[in-house]
Design a protein around this ligand. Structure first.
Ligand code: ZN
Length: 90
């Protein structure tokens, strides 16, 4: 079973079918590969619309409040592995 991964704003741009722009639903963040790193986008490269502000800081803050000191090595509550933590109230 394959589920199309959520693409956020990019859902409305079929020209992004090859995933030139990556969407990270955890952070509501849009990035493009740049060297070995990811460059965050603040405006949509297709229509110029301002993209939502990244929720990365809130993600870390809330996990810390839940006692998760190191999100990269600890197991995360399931809602923090997707966009559920900011889309659906717990
Ligand atoms: Zn756009």
């Amino acid at each position: 079973m394959s589920v199309k991964k959520p693409a956020g704003h990019m859902d409305q741009h079929p020209q992004n079918d090859w995933d030139a722009v990556n969407y990270d639903p955890r952070f509501d963040e849009y990035t493009i590969p740049s060297g070995g790193a990811l460059q965050q986008l603040f405006y949509c490269p297709f229509c110029g619309e301002r993209l939502p502000e990244s929720k990365r800081n809130a993600w870390f803050d809330q996990l810390e409040a839940r006692g998760v000191a190191d999100p990269w090595s600890e197991e995360l509550p399931i809602e923090y592995q997707s966009d559920a933590w900011w889309k659906e109230p717990a």
